[in-house]
Design a protein. Structure first.
Length: 170
């Protein structure tokens, strides 16, 4: 690996970890809000859900660069098996997080966005529980991805330091 490739790899790895950390933070924020939001009556829940806590497009500015940087890091590190596999796990976690959002959370968001206290379905609390459940799934996936990406950096550092020690000893 050339010096420029190594520098690019480190940049993409750093971006992958930092941006996954932001995604993990957002998922953790949903978890922290859950106990209070589960107690809200319908009218307050609709207000909080649709107006006060609205991430909407903002997360795309995190998730898209996150996917790109992790994909590039995965490609660049492919010759170092342990780091490659851990980075790949992080990338798969990011993709799974997006799929959970696209297939489960966003359809719920689209329904909840048009509710009023008069038009919400009778089983609105079931929708709320589903919404929180899928965010907990995303939190678990984000945590696994963060551990994998961080571990990929540590494995690479350990290998490099062992190689450097052998060179200085001989």
């Amino acid at each position: 690996m050339t010096r420029n490739s190594a520098m690019l790899l480190r940049l993409f790895q750093l971006l992958a970890v930092v941006l996954m950390g932001v995604q993990l933070g957002v998922s953790y924020a949903h978890y922290m809000q859950m106990p209070g939001k589960l107690l809200l009556p319908l009218d307050c829940y609709i207000l909080v859900q649709n107006q006060v806590i609205s991430y909407k497009v903002k997360l795309a500015f995190i998730e898209i660069p996150s996917l790109i940087s992790t994909t590039l890091a995965t490609i660049l590190i492919r010759r170092h098996l342990k780091s490659f596999l851990l980075t790949l796990v992080g990338l798969v976690c990011m993709i799974l997080m997006w799929l959970v959002w696209a297939l489960f959370i966003q359809p719920l968001n689209q329904q909840i966005d048009v509710w009023t206290p008069l038009t919400a379905p009778n089983n609105w609390a079931d929708f709320r529980y589903q919404w929180h459940f899928y965010h907990l799934v995303r939190l678990g996936i984000a945590l696994l991805g963060m551990v994998a990406l961080t571990s990929s950096l540590l494995v690479g550092t350990r290998v490099k330091s062992v190689v450097e020690q052998k060179v200085t000893l001989t």
